[in-house]
Ligand binder design. Structure first.
Ligand code: F6P
Length: 515
């Protein structure tokens, strides 16, 4: 049984006893500089948490041990433990879609030993040894961001055909990719949970036309096999997954097929094993030392008690450069809600705006604003201690040391600052929070563990906020309006239902087929 968070008269997380204490705590900590908090070595070392080589350093967050204890009280008052238990028990916690949430089963030992996984692996191995030069994955949102990010993250393990990801309905995206491919040697995979997403189906039809006589080679990954079959994909080239696997949580499922082709089934299996290790930690570790629980609670702390509206994710690992985009969909599509899981309007803010890009490039663009601008942005600074798959020596190895030094330096500079009353333009106020997340090297196992950590952080914060982190009704209105605008452009309906300026803009379009 899921314990309802929203008891009558207690519709909001902010009305808990813990929230009242946290408000006081926040007022005190607003007056306490991070420099002073960091100077307390006992406090700081006590805020470093480890799971094997994964190290999460919370010492540069504006918290004390007491803050964390009160956040854990908040978790208790909002029924976090019951909600996590319901998630793992496979209860229908995705209420608006009346479904269980099963993405974790996709990386468990049972699935890794299943016939479904064996058949996916065997298809991947066939493609890897089949003279295929290019694989083009057509998908969008969770059917693109996850696998594209992991392919980039594991570039050091790439051992298959060239891999391309096409998501945008902008024809230049598919056009530019196909310009470098030959139909006879290209596998096109259409990845779509629903097999109805407008952009994906349009690109799939374009790709089918481009393949011509080779169109029979297309493959599909979907939770709607029959729709894919009706569309024309051969039954033995359709790989399905469960409806309970949400799009943004789906890279572990058959949606990972392009990654499996890219890095091979063994590395993909290691990725799943890393995620499963994090699942075990999340399920079994006491909340006091549970990484996703602590990091999820800090999302809530920074958003609702420190009033920080955005959150930056900065990987100091070039191959993780797509992680912020993936995490953006993960957190913002999951927790960008204004009503509770029971449909009650919420009085508190939910997801921060998630954004970021890879370091050190970020330091030479927007970090100016992070150091001296008017908005405080809490950061996750991610950095592996060693490069992966590169056997570096001499100056090359030193470059990785410089990378790590920069990651640490940014966190220190943001927290400690450097006062300069004489030259205000050189004044660094500091007091800007960050978390350093580090690990040994970005192996498939470590990447899987890191991604599962972010999934669970999202789920924890969503549970405490009381939202349904597994639906995404907010994307629907735009889809309906796009169809309407398309109909106006096609002359099938008049422009009555849209605003005058929208109609004027559409009227400027060249006629269909002339673009
Ligand atoms: O429109 C949003 C969304 O449904 C995402 O949640 C999903 O990841 C994406 O579109 C793609 O959906 P599908 O895999 O069904 O094509």
């Amino acid at each position: 049984m899921v314990t309802p968070i929203h008891q009558p008269g207690r519709e909001d997380m902010l009305s808990t006893n813990a929230a009242a204490t946290l408000r006081d705590e926040a007022a005190t900590l607003q007056e306490t500089h991070l420099r002073d908090l960091l100077a307390d070595q006992r406090r700081s070392r006590g805020l470093v948490y480890e799971m094997d080589d994964l190290r999460v350093d919370l010492s540069r967050q504006k918290v004390t041990a007491r803050t964390l204890r009160t956040l854990l009280d908040l978790a208790a008052e909002t029924g976090l433990a019951d909600r996590i238990a319901a998630l793992f028990a496979g209860e229908n916690i995705n209420k608006s879609e009346d479904r269980a949430v099963v993405h974790m089963t996709q990386r468990g030992a049972d699935r890794r030993q299943s016939a479904e996984f064996a058949s996916l692996s065997s298809f991947a191995e066939t493609i890897r040894g089949d003279g295929v030069t290019d694989v083009v994955n057509i998908g969008i949102g969770g059917s693109d961001l996850g696998p594209a990010m992991v392919s980039a993250a594991l570039a050091g393990h790439a051992s298959g055909p060239r891999m391309h990801y096409v998501s945008n309905v902008d024809p230049s995206h598919l056009h530019d990719v196909l310009a470098g491919c030959a139909p006879a040697y290209t596998l096109v995979i259409v990845t779509s949970k629903t097999f109805t997403t407008a952009e994906t189906m349009r690109n799939a039809a374009l790709a089918r036309g481009w393949l011509g006589a080779h169109a029979g080679s297309m493959a599909a990954v979907t939770a709607a096999s029959e729709v894919a079959r009706d569309w024309g994909i051969a039954a033995d080239r359709i790989f399905d997954f469960d409806q309970g696997v949400g799009g943004r949580y789906s890279l572990w499922s058959a949606v990972g097929l392009p990654v499996m082709i890219d890095v091979g089934p063994a590395a993909f299996t290691d990725l799943l094993a890393g995620a499963a290790a994090m699942d075990d930690h999340f399920r079994t570790a006491p909340h006091e030392s549970n990484l996703p629980v602590l990091m999820g609670l800090l999302r809530v702390w920074n958003r609702n008690f420190m009033g920080l509206a955005t959150h930056g994710i900065m990987p100091y690992d070039q191959r993780l450069h797509l992680l912020p985009a993936w995490a953006q969909q993960l957190e913002m599509e999951s927790n960008g809600k204004s009503v509770s899981v029971d449909g009650v309007p919420l009085e508190h803010a939910t997801t921060p705006v998630i954004w970021g890009t890879a370091g050190t490039g970020c330091q030479h663009s927007f970090f100016q604003a992070l150091h001296q601008g008017s908005e405080v942005v809490p950061l996750d600074i991610l950095v592996p201690m060693r490069p992966t798959g590169l056997h570096l020596a001499g100056n090359w190895a030193d470059s990785h040391r410089v990378l790590v030094a920069n990651a640490v330096a940014q966190a220190e500079a943001l927290a400690i600052g450097s006062p300069n009353d004489a030259e205000p333009h050189r004044h660094f106020a500091g007091d800007r929070p960050s978390t350093i997340i580090s690990w040994d090297a970005s192996t498939p196992f470590a990447v899987g563990r890191l991604l599962a950590l972010y999934e669970h952080v999202t789920v924890v914060s969503g549970f405490v906020w009381g939202v349904n982190s597994f639906d995404q009704w907010g994307v629907e209105l735009g889809k309906v309006m796009a169809k309407q605008a398309e109909a106006v452009l096609a002359g099938a309906v008049g422009a009555d239902g849209i605003s005058a300026t929208a109609a004027d803009l559409l009227a400027r379009m060249p006629r269909s087929g002339d673009a």
